[in-house]
Design a protein around this ligand. Sequence first.
Ligand SMILES: [Zn+2]
Length: 278
Amino acid sequence: MLARPQPLAGRTRRRFLGDFGKGSLAIAVMTPAVVAACSSDTVDSGSATTAPSSSTTTEPTSTTTTTAAEETTDAPAAVDAEAGALRWARADLGFVSAFVLARGNKAAIVDTGVPGSADAIGRSLADLGLTYNDVDHVVLTHHHGDHAGSIAEVMERSVNATVYAGESDLDDITFDTITGLVGGEDVFGLEALATPGHTAGHMAVIDHTVGLLVAGDAIFTDGGAAVEGPDQFFDDIPLNRESIRQMAALSYNTLLVGHGAPIEGGADAVVAELAASF
Ligand SMILES: [Zn+2]
C-alpha cells in the first residue's frame, strides 16, 4: 500500500456545493487578476510539458529525480520504502508550473495551472509512465487561479483522487469537495507545511526521503536564486517571510516553485540565503 493521508483520518471533508454559485462568481471575477498576479515571468509560450527528461518513454526511471537521499529523523512514517523513491515531472505552462510527483505507479499532482492545463499535466504524467488513473492526490498550494484554475478538469480525469488545499483558502476555490490542510498532515508521504503569507492558507509540501520541497508561490526563483515574488501579489509579506524562514530551516536538495525554474542540488542553502537577506 502506498502512503495514505493517515493524519487526516479524523478530519471531515468540507463540502462547498452550497457555495458553488458564490465561488463561481468569485473565481470568475478573480481569475484574470490573479493570473497576472502570480506571474513575474513573461508568457513565452503555451509550451508543452518539460519534464526533467523530455523522453516520452514509458520507462519510469527515465525521469527519476536523482537527488541523494537525505535522511532525517522526522521523515513521515507513512513513506513506503517499497514504493520507490519519489520522482517528479514539471508541467511548464508558460509562466506558471504544475508538478507531478510519483512513487512507483501512483502519483500526486501539485497545482493545476490556469484553466485548460489538464492536457499538459497529462503529458507530465505520461513522462513518468503514468496516466490520470494513477493519480490518488491533488494538492493545491493556494487558491489563485493560475494554480487552482484547472482543478475541475483535472478532477474529471483523476477519478480516484482526493483534493487538498489549505483550510484558510478553501472558500476561494471552486470545487465541491476538498480536504482542508492546516500543516503537519501526511499526503502521499509528503508532509504538508503551512506556509501562509502569499495567501492565508498557502501550503507547501516536502518529501523528506529524497529531499524535495514544492513551495508554490511562497518562494519564486530567478537565475538559480530563491527570491520573493512581487510585493503586490502577497497578502502578508512579513508572514510570508516567516514561512520562508521556516522552509530555510529544513533539509532538501530540490526546490520546485510555481514561478521560476526548479533548483536542483543544494536548494535548502539557496533558500537560506534568501531568508538571511531580510
Ligand atoms: Zn499565487
